[in-house]
Structures are given as structure tokens and as C-alpha cells.
Design a protein around this ligand. Structure first.
Ligand code: AMP
Length: 468
């Protein structure tokens, strides 16, 4: 294996890559001005057809680092699966699909399909029958389709293993091996992983051709995370969360509780204080879970409240703060919770609320981190003078109609800007699901945008719209 390091700043222009003018224009329209370090280090090699092992985490721009090469390898006129991305979780697969679709906009009609567990097989099989160029999915479900022959990989030329270490942690080693047996030997394989345990090295040895290794020497990750501890009692613990939010005013916060009951209680307390908080719990059906995650990711929900189990597999790029509402008895879980913030280049806050009974747990955390926790008094938590309760910057509007009605993000953006006269800058993320479309709009225009959309048309049809 050979190693290469990050490119110099001069080499970080996308225009230094062998990409078509249409692709470059699309990147510019997405606001991708220059390559992230992992992109600058990997794209020249990947676009030259090399197999790569990349050390990269969520938030580093890793999705584009494999999406651009796999798109470059595609023949759009050939209606067969030419690229496969294996991911550990359904949420990551959804995010990867969205990013590939955005990057594929330069080319007409590239079909990208998500195949993950948790959804019924039949609609997936029907979509496959219509032909797809790119498939993104979890190993178990991909294997199911291969077994039923609803999916074949005969035309595959790019295989991506995303978050390989996590896939192995989740017990997918055997499934991955079996999926690869169905793929042609002649192909490009790109492996992304945050860490390199033995299993990952083995995967690379077995299934890759002279892979090049791309590693970035990262700044110590925890230095970007500022941790503060506050002493609480059981009677003021939940109220303290509101104090933290109103004092520090993070746009997106993930609050961890040890129990489902605590999650429910916290959401009730925060909502009573006028803070937009939603609970992510295991009992939600898939559609409700999607709705919660969409609202959180598009910045129309300030706080996502979850247990560790419910938050498993969540990938959220922009997270200003994590709050440990309870101290977890497991030191590793604490580290994992705190590591959710301060991704990429952003700094992050990690707040922990601890009662006298939890001091033993804090002691173990200190021991593991090799330093004493930084304690602050609750009394310092005062909102800035004249501040209102924390409001998220955006509001989500739900349009009843989605992919099944052939609605695309551009149709919704067009209706709001060209037809209804709103500025593009007032519109946020647009998520199109099978039966619904969610569009984030600035809080100040939410009611007007909702009323105007209800009275107007999207893609030539009247639509029903509601404010979530
Ligand atoms: P990822 O690490 O792939 O999850 O990407 C993190 C976020 O960065 C995503 O929202 C991407 O759309 C965005 N992104 C990726 N590459 C670039 C780039 N070169 N410039 C600006 N944003 C980017």
C-alpha cells in the first residue's frame, strides 16, 4: 500500500480535476467552492480509477469523495446497476442517496435507489425492475435482493464500502463478503472508514486491487469540543436544559436521556417553555421517524431528545451542542455522545447535568479522559438581555405529494420563488419522500408561504400543504 497526504491549497480547486464543465457548474451551484481535505487527497486518485482506502468521518465531505468517481464511471444510457454503495444504517443510506442525487443533477435521469431493511421488499423490487444506475443500501437487504435475483451486479463497475468499521461492528462481515461474490472482479472498490481495525484491513486485502491509502492527520478531535458540567438536583434537572438552551442558544442540540420516560418528560417541559423539541424513540413508525429527523436536519426543530438506543445510527452533520441530561453509567457511551458534536471544522458544546448521586460516574469519566471536568454554576445560565425563548430559524411545511407524484425539489423551489415571489435564500432544505415533500422555509414567511402554496400549484397541480 502507498500513502498520500492532503493536497496543497492550490490543488484544492475542483477545476483541477478531470470533471466535465456541467459537473463543475453543478458543484458551484451547490456551493462547493473548494475541495475538503479528504476530497483533495482522494479525488485525483479515485478519478484515475484507483482502489482507495480512505480514513474519513461524517462531515469531512466523504460522500462526494466517492460519489463523484462513481458518477464518472457511469454510462447513463445503460439501464443497469453500475455502482453499489454499502452503508451500515438506513439513515446513512438515505443521506448518501440524497447527496448522490444532488451531485448527479449535472446529468439527466440518473436513477439512484435506496435499498434498506425496515421497508417492505415489494416496492423496492418494483423500483429495481424499472432500472437504476446506482444502488445505495445496507448489506442484509442488498443480499436479500441478490438472492431473489431482483438485483444483479453484472454491470457493476464501482463498489463503495462506506463506514466499513461500523458495518463490521454491526456484524455485517459475512453479508458483505457474500454481496461481493456477486460483483464482477473487474471493478473499482472504494473503502471509507473512520478507524482501521483488523477486520477492515482484511476486507481490503481480500477484495481490493493494490489499494492506495488516504489518511489525513487530523487535529485532536476533542479539542474542538468544549465540555462543561453543571450540578443539578432531580427537581431542577429538566428545567436546567431550558436554561442551557436559552443561555448558549445553539441552533441544533441533541439531548440524551438514560430512559424513555425521561425523554418524554423533557420534551413536555421544553415544549411548555416554548422551545421546539421532538422525541426520537423506538416506538415511532418509519414515517414519523423520518418526519422528526427531517425537521431536525432542516433546522426547524431546536432539540432532538433521545435515548442512546434510539440515537444509534443517526448521522447529523451540523450539531452545535450535545446535552447529557443524565450521566450515563458507561464511560464509552459518554465519549460517544460527546463526540456527536464538533464534527468537521465546526466547534461544539457538550453539556452534562450531574446530581450528587452521579458523581461516581463523573469520576470515571474524568479518569478516562485523563483530566478533571470543568464545573460551572447553574446560576451563570441567564439568557442574553431581551432575548425571546429560543426559536429554530426555519419552519417545515409538509406538501401532500412526493416522488409518486413525480415532484422534485426543483419543482417546489420553483413554485416558491418563480411563482410566489419568495427569495431562494428564504428556502432551506427540501426533502422529497414517496408520498410527502418537506420544505424548510424561514420562520418569518412560514404562514404566508403555506397559504400561498395551498392556493397555488406545484408542478401544475393544486397541492395540500400544512405547517408542521
Ligand atoms: P459528508 O461528510 O459527506 O457527510 O458531507 C458533509 C456536508 O458537507 C454535506 O452537507 C455535503 O453536502 C457538504 N460538502 C461536501 N463537500 C463539500 C465541499 N467541497 N464544499 C462545501 N460543502 C461540501
Amino acid at each position: 500500500m502507498t500513502e498520500s497526504t492532503a493536497g496543497t491549497p492550490a490543488a484544492s480547486d475542483f477545476s483541477s480535476l478531470p470533471l466535465s464543465p456541467a459537473v463543475l457548474a453543478n458543484l458551484a451551484s451547490l456551493g462547493y467552492e473548494r475541495m475538503t481535505p479528504i476530497q483533495a487527497a482522494s479525488l485525483p486518485l479515485a478519478l484515475a480509477g484507483k482502489d482507495l482506502i480512505c480514513q474519513a468521518k461524517t462531515g469531512s465531505g466523504k460522500t462526494a469523495a466517492f460519489a463523484l468517481p462513481l458518477l464518472a464511471n457511469l454510462n447513463p444510457r445503460r439501464f443497469a446497476v453500475q455502482a453499489l454503495v454499502l452503508c451500515p444504517t438506513r439513515e446513512l443510506a438515505e443521506q448518501v442517496t440524497q447527496e448522490i442525487r444532488r451531485l448527479a443533477r449535472a446529468e439527466d435521469n440518473i436513477k439512484v435507489l435506496t435499498l434498506t431493511g425496515g421497508a417492505t421488499l415489494r416496492p423496492q423490487t418494483a423500483s429495481l425492475a424499472h432500472g437504476a444506475h446506482v444502488v445505495v443500501g445496507t448489506p442484509g437487504r442488498i443480499l436479500d435482493h441478490l438472492g431473489r435475483e431482483s438485483l444483479t451486479l453484472e454491470a457493476l463497475n464501482t463498489l463503495v464500502l462506506d463506514e466499513a468499521d461500523r458495518m463490521l461492528d454491526m456484524g455485517f462481515a459475512e453479508d458483505i463478503a457474500q454481496v461481493i461474490q456477486h460483483a464482477p472482479k473487474q471493478r473499482q472498490t472504494l473503502l471509507f472508514s473512520a478507524t482501521y481495525p483488523e477486520g477492515v484491513t482484511q476486507l481490503a486485502r481480500r477484495y481490493m486491487r493494490e489499494p492506495q491509502e488516504v489518511k489525513l492527520t487530523e487535529r485532536h478531535a476533542t479539542s474542538k469540543i468544549r465540555q462543561r458540567f453543571y450540578e443539578v438536583t432531580e427537581s431542577n434537572r429538566l428545567h436546567a436544559v431550558g436554561l442551557l438552551l436559552n443561555h448558549y442558544r445553539p441552533v441544533s442540540t441533541l439531548a440524551f436521556c438514560n430512559t424513555k420516560q425521561q425523554c418524554r418528560d423533557l420534551v413536555a417541559v421544553l415544549q411548555a417553555e416554548g422551545i421546539v423539541a421532538l422525541e426520537l424513540h423506538g416506538d415511532l413508525d418509519q414515517r414519523d421517524r423520518d418526519q422528526v429527523l427531517i425537521q431536525f436536519a432542516n433546522r426547524s426543530c431546536s432539540v432532538l431528545v433521545a435515548t442512546d438506543v434510539a440515537a444509534r445510527g443517526l448521522d447529523i452533520a451540523q450539531l452545535e451542542a450535545v446535552i447529557n441530561v443524565d450521566i450515563t453509567p458507561d464511560v464509552e457511551v459518554h465519549t460517544h455522545r460527546v463526540g456527536r458534536t464538533g464534527r468537521g471544522d465546526e466547534a461544539g458544546w457538550a453539556f452534562s447535568l450531574a446530581s450528587m448521586e452521579e458523581m461516581g460516574r463523573v469520576g470515571r469519566i474524568d479518569e478516562m479522559q485523563g483530566r478533571a471536568s470543568e464545573w460551572h454554576p447553574l446560576s451563570e445560565l441567564t439568557p442574553p438581555p431581551g432575548a425571546e425563548p429560543l426559536h429554530p430559524p426555519m419552519v417545515t411545511l409538509q406538501i401532500m405529494g412526493g416522488r409518486k407524484e413525480k415532484i422534485r425539489p426543483g419543482d417546489v423551489l420553483g413554485a416558491l420563488t418563480k411563482d410566489l415571489g419568495f427569495a431562494a435564500a428564504q428556502i432551506g432544505k427540501i426533502n422529497v419522500n414517496d408520498f410527502s415533500t418537506y420544505v424548510a422555509v424561514e420562520r418569518g414567511i412560514a404562514d404566508r408561504a403555506c397559504a400561498k402554496l395551498n392556493a397555488g400549484k406545484v408542478k401544475g397541480k393544486s397541492v395540500r400543504v400544512r405547517r408542521l
